[in-house]
Ligand binder design. Structure first.
Ligand code: BTN
Length: 274
């Protein structure tokens, strides 16, 4: 049974969007909401269709990590997008989602949210949410994208995977409040709808400017793990496709693509995955 706090009426009642979440399905349990959206994409569901689950049995994060998805605590949702844009623009959707999640969380919880490149959403320097964008292409064109969002909402410290605490946090931990997850979803979908419109209008500079302003990465010394190599540099800027530009000590400027790399700040002892 679907718990009352994620009932479809709660989500629809708070929704101020044109596309995102206008049609949706709420499930008690699924493997991964991203898989459910991929299937919905193949079945011809409309853009903006969203799936939420009370619990995921095979929730996943970037680079093969799992995403713990216990019932009743987190918001686990994925949204179907059909961007009529070149494949090279798709990585920007992670930034679009980050901005949507940041604005939605700020509205609902009154906390300051920052973005750690490429897909972490932070409150008080700790990870509160993660984003996983997965794309299907046909003839080198984007067919559809599953934009997956996992938010730690009502978790207490003991509900977060031990290896990740205190690198991770939840909305409840930072505010001392309990949230109706459907209201969090409505706020996030509404904000995401606005940022997705900016993306669809091709206003890349507007997205990048907002991403720079919220970045917890730019200006910092970062350690990059990519292709079995580990190296350091100062994160200098976001490129027009969402790649991270890193200045090495030698003066060389390197581009890092999200799908190839993970980064951490050298003082971090745990690389937060959740
Ligand atoms: C990460 O931080 O590595 C990304 C985590 C993304 C988790 C969400 S939960 C909803 C959707 N379904 C999944 O299996 N993953 C994403």
């Amino acid at each position: 049974m679907v718990p009352a706090d994620i009932a479809p009426q709660i989500i629809s009642g708070g929704l101020r969007s044109r596309v995102i979440g206008r049609s949706l399905e709420v499930m008690a349990e699924t493997g991964s909401t991203n898989d459910a959206i991929m299937a919905a994409g193949r079945a011809g569901r409309p853009e903006g269709f969203a799936v939420l689950a009370d619990r995921q049995t095979a929730g996943r994060g970037r680079r093969g990590h799992s995403w713990a998805s216990p019932a009743g605590l987190g918001l686990y949702t994925s949204i179907l997008l059909r961007p009529h844009q070149p494949v090279a623009r798709v990585p920007l959707l992670t930034l679009v989602a980050g901005l949507g999640v940041a604005h939605g969380i700020e509205e609902i919880a009154g906390v300051v949210v920052r973005l750690k490149w490429p897909n972490d959403v932070l409150v008080e320097s700790r990870k509160v949410a993660g984003i996983l964008a997965e794309m299907t292409t046909t003839d080198e064109k984007v067919s559809h994208v599953a934009l997956g969002i996992g938010i730690n909402v009502n978790h207490g410290p003991r509900d977060l995977p031990e290896a990740l605490f205190p690198a991770a946090t939840s909305l409840s931990i930072v505010t001392g409040k309990t949230f109706r997850r459907g209201e969090v979803a409505a706020a996030v979908f509404s904000a995401l709808d606005r940022w997705y419109q900016v993306f669809r209008d091709g206003c890349v500079e507007t997205l990048l400017a907002a991403g720079r302003e919220r970045s917890a990465t730019l200006g910092r010394l970062v350690e990059v793990l990519a292709d079995g190599e580990r190296w350091q540099g100062v994160a200098e800027d976001l490129d027009t496709d969402g790649a991270l530009l890193i200045r090495l000590e030698s003066g060389e400027l390197r581009r890092v693509i999200a799908s190839d790399a993970s980064i951490r700040t050298p003082r971090e002892t745990v690389s937060p995955q959740q």
